[in-house]
Design a protein around this ligand. Structure first.
Ligand code: ZN
Length: 506
């Protein structure tokens, strides 16, 4: 007869094994994106498929279900956020999610995703939605079936959102997004109409790539990203990956004639990296050693990249260093002109190139379209037209072709419905955390101007990083800020920052 304590220990061992399998898979994926020779793709696909199969088998083993039931019957104290109860809650969540969906559906989805991604790549290149359409229809159909197996209380989209932001609901996201949208639209319109505009040509001068790497790496290290437990490499699609304690890697890409891409890309990934490096190493292998979820992860990249890295206090310290690094390109530029240029707001078609103010409108559009797709209110044929109509309504631009419209992102081609909202939730959380940090540490921005970011990092480590998955996103936001998820801190921040820059008062 297994005791609850013994069952819990067994679950810890299984959880650690799954984490190890995933971390080996992660290392192989990192290598695929960075240094793998092109001809290694086939064997690498086989290696990764083997490891994910192994991880899935460990996770869905019926013994895990038995151990969970036994452990859950134990007395783990009154605190629902105590170590054991938090781990058990998260194990139960992932076990249920992965066992509710039949293996045949999982396999069908991964086949459809491989074919879907190939078709999407071609469709985007040729800007021809028809090439992607039959694959998308199949993927939508499989996603809908998935929602039926997983179950939901209000709307099928809840079941998909729960994959990326556990515990969050469509209704709550909708409420917050609508409030945000109503304030963003007039702000964007006022900025576009403002006669005061930045000199963006400053950022399109010559920035030698070897210098960009050194300058970006130095900035990441100054924020507190530990390069002895990390590294920075160049890739096509940048990402951050936590292999485990002592090994958290970031990547970026550079454009010689554009300052922002490499530099802010590095700060973004370093923000993810600081979070991963701040997770408690002793809890590695259990949910308490893992990040909360996509939204909180993105809150950290946005906080370090935008709230800190695009702020004037940060550049008071870093701009003289940027001038020393790029004397020919920045020697004749003032701090104010540079700061304004780095914070250009301009509606544009591509989400990943969008600025702080317009970015969330790109997400809301996707969120609305995804809900309509999953509820069946929007037929596949009508997606491009619906996209273009909403785009004009939100960003005031007419989409010239689908590669700049509904074909620009990879997410739908692998069935990633429910993923997009986490980008905007991350920005909202970042604004809430930043506001709370400024209240708790009133001299914060003076410290930034002096090149000292340790107080902010320590505050984030204490309040967020060290807890791993102890709390869900909504809970940690409320605990840290005293408020539920809200649009208010973000709109206050955007007005405070962009009002003076563009001399608008909305
Ligand atoms: Zn990110």
């Amino acid at each position: 007869m297994t005791t609850p304590q013994q069952a819990y220990q067994d679950l810890c061992a299984i959880s650690r094994e799954i984490t190890l399998v995933n971390s080996i898979g992660g290392l192989l994926s990192w290598d695929r994106e960075t240094y793998m020779p092109a001809q290694g793709a086939a064997i690498r696909a086989e290696q990764n498929a083997y490891l994910s199969g192994q991880g899935h088998r460990l996770l869905t083993d019926p013994r895990v279900g038995e151990l969970l039931s036994t452990a859950e019957a134990g007395d783990w104290g009154a605190d629902p956020y105590g170590d054991e109860r938090a781990n058990l809650r998260e194990w139960r969540h992932s076990y249920d999610r992965s066992t509710k969906i039949p293996t045949s559906l999982v396999e069908e989805m991964s086949r459809a995703a491989v074919l879907g991604q190939t078709a999407w790549t071609e469709a985007r290149r040729k800007s021809d939605f028809q090439i992607f359409k039959p694959h998308l229809a199949k993927i939508i159909n499989l996603s809908r079936q998935t929602t039926d197996y997983i179950g939901y209380t209000e709307t099928p989209y809840d079941a998909l959102l729960d994959e990326y932001e556990p515990g969050e609901t469509t209704a709550n996201v909708k409420r917050v997004f609508e409030a945000l949208r109503d304030e963003l639209l007039p702000l964007v319109q006022a900025i576009v109409a403002s006669p005061r505009q930045p000199r963006t040509d400053i950022l399109n001068r010559d920035f030698p790539i070897d210098r960009q790497k050194l300058f970006g790496e130095a900035a990441a290290a100054a924020l507190g990203y530990n390069l002895l437990g990390g590294r920075l490499d160049t890739v096509v699609h940048p990402f951050c990956i936590g292999i485990g304690p002592g090994d958290v890697r970031i990547t970026t890409r550079y454009t010689q004639n554009f300052f922002n891409e490499g530099f802010f890309g590095i700060l973004h990934e370093a923000g993810h990296g600081l979070y991963e490096q701040g997770l408690p190493a002793a809890a590695f292998g259990t949910p308490l050693g893992e990040a909360v979820g996509m939204g909180i992860h993105e809150s950290q990249s946005r906080l370090w990249e935008n709230f800190l890295g695009r702020g004037l206090p940060f550049w008071r310290h870093f701009f003289p260093r940027a001038q020393q690094t790029y004397p020919a390109s920045l020697g004749d530029v003032s701090l104010d002109d540079f700061y304004f240029a780095a914070n250009t707001v301009k509606p544009s078609f591509i989400r990943v190139e969008a600025d702080e103010v317009t970015y969330n409108l790109h997400i809301m559009l996707r969120f609305e379209i995804e809900q309509a797709i999953i509820s069946g209110d929007l037929a596949v044929d009508d997606i491009p037209a619906a996209w273009n109509e909403l785009f004009t309504k939100y960003l005031g631009l007419k989409v010239p072709d689908d590669s700049l419209g509904c074909l620009q992102d990879v997410h739908w081609s692998f069935g990633g419905f429910g993923y997009f909202p986490t980008y905007a939730l991350g920005t909202l959380y970042a604004a809430q955390f930043y506001e709370a940090a400024l209240q708790a540490l009133p001299n914060l921005e003076e410290q930034f101007a002096a090149g000292d970011y340790s107080a902010l990092l320590n505050w984030l480590r204490t309040n967020i990083y060290q807890h791993g998955k102890r709390y869900r996103s909504r809970e940690i936001v409320e605990r840290v800020t005293g408020q539920p998820t809200s649009h208010r801190p973000l709109t206050d921040y955007l007005r405070r920052k962009f009002g003076p820059l563009y001399q608008v008062n909305v």
